[in-house]
Design a protein around this ligand. Structure first.
Ligand SMILES: [Zn+2]
Length: 340
């Protein structure tokens, strides 16, 4: 019985020494130590061995089992490392590969195209770019912009609050006051940036979108200057024949306030799908800076006046590029983006 066990142990050890991969190792383990393995069967049959030999044979069988288990364990580690190395070698990236497949270049996102084009036009008119924080205080986002305490835009349903007086800015307008506090007139800035509202996502709404704000503060600034500026912008951006029209509106931070339409750049005003047969497309809100806002910006409204305007970038991109659903602009689907 001892001889049988020793031979069995030696055979198993020999096989294990020469094992080539994990599958083979597992086969050997099952052959000797599995439920019906050769060594397992010997251990099971101990009952039939004469009692005086049982202890000795049992100890030998157990020793052999432990020895085999140890070898299997260390072989397993060894093979694992070897197999990872082999896989890394076989998967090595061939940097000498032909560059034929790499000749497609990325380009600007449609929203960046709109923002950069608008920036270029205003920089050409002597404006500079201003920026402000996206996490803003209620002071700069509401109070300094003449929004009374009960103004509906302060509602939780519209504004994302971080604390009672810190929010995600709902508009780029806080940059107006920040700029006035840091600079003396004349001020001519535009401020592009992300803004946040507590909206759910659908074809025309998103909790995050982009605005471009414009602000001019100087002596003797009137609505005529605003109209001249936006007229010039509209012609440069939408084409020479573009007309603009002002409609009265209300914003807390401007007085008087207006919404501004451009004549449809697709049909020229006759009516089409893009302008929903109106002939006009609304592009922005504007007005003369409210005296209270100038005061909040530490500027004397008796000496200085100003105008401000604000675009929704997504709205312009959708109109200009004929995009029917806002969500396409955020999904980063290359099939969509590569069209622009
Ligand atoms: Zn039209």
């Amino acid at each position: 019985m001892q001889d049988v066990l020793n031979t069995l142990g030696n055979n198993a050890t020999n096989l294990l020494e020469n094992v080539k991969n994990s599958e083979e190792l597992e086969e050997i383990r099952v052959k000797y130590l599995g439920k019906k393995g050769e060594l397992t069967l010997v251990l099971k049959s101990l009952g039939s061995v004469a009692p005086e030999e049982r202890k000795e044979i049992g100890m030998l069988a157990n020793d052999i089992r432990k020895k085999l288990e140890n070898i299997i364990e260390s072989k397993k580690e060894e093979l694992k490392i070897k197999e990872v190395e082999e896989r890394m070698n076989s998967e090595k990236i061939d940097i000498s590969m032909s560059k034929q497949n790499l000749n497609t270049y990325g380009h600007k996102h449609p929203l960046s195209i709109v923002i950069d084009d608008i920036k270029d036009i205003f920089i050409g008119m002597g404006y500079s770019i201003a920026e402000g924080p996206e996490i803003e205080t209620t002071f700069f986002n509401f109070d300094a912009l003449n929004a009374p305490f009960d103004h509906p835009s302060r509602d939780l349903q519209d504004t994302m609050y971080i604390t009672d007086d810190i929010i995600l800015r709902t508009q780029t307008s806080p940059v107006q006051v920040r700029t006035m506090l840091e600079n003396k007139p004349p001020i001519k800035i535009i401020c592009p940036g992300r803004v946040y509202r507590s909206d759910s996502v659908d074809a025309t709404h998103s909790p995050m979108f982009h605005q471009i704000e414009g602000l001019v503060v100087d002596k003797n600034i009137s609505m005529a200057d605003l109209k001249g500026t936006l007229n010039m912008f509209a012609k440069k951006y939408f084409g020479d024949k573009t007309e603009i029209r002002f409609r009265p509106h209300h914003f807390p931070f401007t007085e008087p306030s207006c919404e501004v339409d451009v004549s449809c750049f697709v049909c020229g005003g006759k009516g089409c799908k893009t302008c929903k047969n109106e002939g006009w497309i609304e592009i922005l809100g504007a007005g003369q800076v409210h005296p209270n806002v100038l005061v909040a910006g530490n500027i004397d409204p008796k000496e200085y006046q100003g105008f401000a305007f604000g675009f929704g970038v997504e709205r312009i991109a959708m109109t200009k590029f004929g995009v029917s659903d806002l969500r396409y602009l955020y999904e980063n689907d290359v099939r969509f983006l590569s069209q622009f």
